[in-house]
Design a protein around this ligand. Structure first.
Ligand code: ADP
Length: 261
């Protein structure tokens, strides 16, 4: 960056150098602000399950004669909160890696096959929903297999989490020559127009999903991780949703292949 400024001065364009400097300072300030916000939000999010674990353990230690059934419930709560804590730490580490510029692999992958495999694996686990597979066209592209699989999993798991049992989850993959278009659609609770622009913010969870009795306790980091991976592949991810009707998520990935293939 100093070298760049030097080059600008060399060509006697101090004004340009100043502008570059100002822009860089502004960008740096914004990044530092975002980092500070992330740390504050992370601390807040981690505190919630930790407080619940501590509170429950206190009860177990303090009261010796708790009925066996209640004891089991408390231990179950501790286990759930510990799992949530683990998930939060795992997701935060992923995003931190993204922030520090972790790069994606560029392997030639069979996207169609990976999407289909992920779909089948998910279908086996959740018998509660109706899985509707549309078309999965053959697509090969350069990308990071594991990270892209994670994106598909995040979208399928969200569709399942936010769709009551008995609802439908649809999947479609199209090869549009210059890019692949993956669509995951559900018939679930949907997202309000107010919440929709914010779902890619870190830790953001729509009010409605937070306050459900059967809230599976998301981290609010799934979509930010998906966006990081998709954008690192020079792709695009966007959502359409209607409250109480369902959500559709689109992922567009450019089809790049090795020259020789
Ligand atoms: P979470 O771990 O909470 O699912 P995400 O970042 O994946 O975090 O999603 C952020 C929020 O967006 C969710 O908490 C939920 O409110 C909303 N959301 C995401 N996907 C869906 C969906 N398919 N249907 C309804 N709401 C969704």
């Amino acid at each position: 960056f100093r070298g760049f400024i030097g080059a600008c001065i060399d060509i006697h364009d101090r004004k340009m150098a100043e502008t570059v400097l100002q822009e860089s300072e502004k960008r740096l300030r914004e990044l530092m602000e975002a980092q500070k916000r992330f740390v504050a939000d992370a601390a807040h999010e981690l505190r919630t399950p930790l407080t619940a674990i501590q509170g429950n353990l206190d009860i177990l230690i303090r009261y010796q004669h708790i009925p066996e059934v209640e004891k089991k419930e408390i231990i179950g709560d501790v286990q759930r909160e510990a799992t949530r804590l683990g998930r939060l730490v795992h997701d935060m580490l992923q995003l931190a890696r993204g922030d520090s510029g972790a790069t994606m692999r560029e392997d030639e992958i069979d996207l169609g096959r990976m999407v289909l495999e992920t779909w089948r694996e998910t279908e086996r686990v959740y018998s509660s929903h109706c899985f509707v597979l549309h078309e999965v066209q053959p697509v090969r592209l350069l990308g990071d297999h594991d990270r892209l699989k994670q994106v598909v999993l995040i979208l399928l798991e969200n569709a399942l989490k936010y769709t009551p049992a008995g609802g439908e989850v649809h999947l479609n993959l199209e090869n549009q020559q210059s890019h692949a278009l993956l669509t995951v659609q559900d018939t679930g609770m949907g997202i309000s127009a107010e919440d929709l622009p914010r779902v890619f913010e870190r830790f953001y969870r729509a009010d409605k999903s937070r306050h459900r009795a059967e809230d599976p306790g998301g981290t609010g980091l799934g979509l930010p991780i998906a966006r990081w991976v998709v954008e690192a592949h020079q792709g695009r991810i966007w959502l359409e949703s209607e409250l109480d009707r369902g959500t559709t998520v689109h992922v567009q990935l450019p089809i790049k292949l090795e020259e020789s293939s």
